[in-house]
Ligand binder design. Structure first.
Ligand SMILES: Cc1cc2nc3c(=O)[nH]c(=O)nc-3n(C[C@H](O)[C@H](O)[C@H](O)COP(=O)(O)O)c2cc1C
Length: 228
C-alpha cells in the first residue's frame, strides 16, 4: 500500500497483531518519524520524547522483563493510568464487544485462559515485529496538567498514518504503559521521562486471521451532536 490518500490511510489502518520478522529500514523509519514531527501541539511544545528500537535483543529483554514481572505476580508499574478506573457504559460495552469480536475471529474460547494469557503476552513479544517506537513524556509536563497527553496522542495517529504511506502496519500499545516503569528501567531512559505508550511497526502477516479484524465504530449519530 503506497501513495494512498489520507482518507484511504485512515480507513485502511487497523491494528495488526502478527508480523513478519522484518524490521522497518532506516530510510523508511526516518521518513515516518520526520512526518510525525509535524504533529501539532499546544504552543508547539512537541512534548514527545521518542525511542525507536530495532535492536531485537533489547526488544526481547524489554518484553522478558515485563513478562517475568507479571509471572512473578507483580502488579502494574505505570506512570499514568490509561484505562478508566471504573468502566461505565457505553465504553464498557464497546470494550467487551471489541475484545469478544477478536476472540471469535481467531476462534479462541473466552474461557481458554492459557490462550488469552498468551495473546496478552504477545504484546510484549511485539507480535513478532522488529521495530517498536516508545513514546515518553517529561514528567514535569504532566505534573498538574494533561495537555501534553493530548499532543502525544495526536503524535500516535500521525505516526501510524505516515507508516501507512510506506506500507508499514502498526499496533498502538497501552499494554506497555501499564509496565512503563519496568520498561524505562530496561531501556535506561532518564528519570524525568514517563512512558506513555508504544507503537509496533512492521509488515503484517497477511495469513494471520487476527489481522483481518476491523472492529466497528459507533455511528455518527451516536458520536456527534450537530448544533446547526
Ligand atoms: C492508546 C491505545 C492503546 C492500545 N493498546 C493496545 C494494546 O496494548 N494491545 C493491543 O493489541 N491493542 C491495543 N490498542 C488497539 C485498540 O484495541 C484498537 O485501536 C481498537 O480496538 C480499534 O481497532 P483498530 O485499531 O484495528 O481500528 C490500543 C489502541 C490505542 C489507541
Amino acid at each position: 500500500m503506497a501513495n494512498i490518500n489520507v482518507i484511504d490511510a485512515i480507513t485502511q489502518r487497523s491494528s495488526k497483531r502478527k508480523y513478519l520478522a522484518k524490521p522497518v529500514d532506516d530510510e523508511t523509519l526516518n521518513k515516518i518519524l520526520t512526518a510525525a514531527q509535524r504533529t501539532p501541539s499546544g504552543a508547539n511544545m512537541q512534548p514527545w520524547t521518542v525511542y525507536a528500537v530495532r535492536n531485537v535483543e533489547l526488544l526481547s529483554k524489554i518484553g522478558s522483563d515485563v513478562i517475568d514481572h507479571i509471572k512473578a505476580g507483580g502488579g502494574l508499574e505505570q506512570e499514568i493510568q490509561y484505562y478508566p478506573v471504573k468502566w461505565i457504559n457505553p465504553y464498557k460495552k464497546r470494550r467487551i464487544v471489541t475484545g469478544a469480536g477478536l476472540y471469535v475471529k481467531m476462534g479462541v474460547d473466552r474461557k481458554d485462559n492459557a490462550m488469552r494469557e498468551k495473546l496478552w503476552h504477545d504484546n510484549y513479544r511485539w507480535f513478532g515485529a522488529q521495530t517498536v517506537v516508545f513514546v515518553y513524556v517529561d514528567k514535569a509536563l504532566i505534573d498538574g496538567s494533561e495537555g501534553a497527553l493530548i499532543d502525544c496522542g495526536a503524535y500516535m495517529q500521525t505516526l501510524m498514518l505516515a507508516a501507512q504511506e510506506f506500507g508499514i502496519d502498526s499496533c498502538p500499545q497501552g499494554s506497555t504503559t501499564e509496565y512503563g516503569k519496568i520498561i524505562a528501567k530496561t531501556m535506561e531512559v532518564p528519570e524525568n521521562l514517563a512512558l506513555l505508550y508504544s507503537v509496533v511497526l512492521g509488515y503484517e502477516d497477511k495469513d494471520a486471521i487476527q489481522n483481518a479484524y476491523q472492529p466497528e465504530r459507533a455511528s455518527l449519530d451516536e458520536a456527534v451532536t450537530f448544533l446547526d
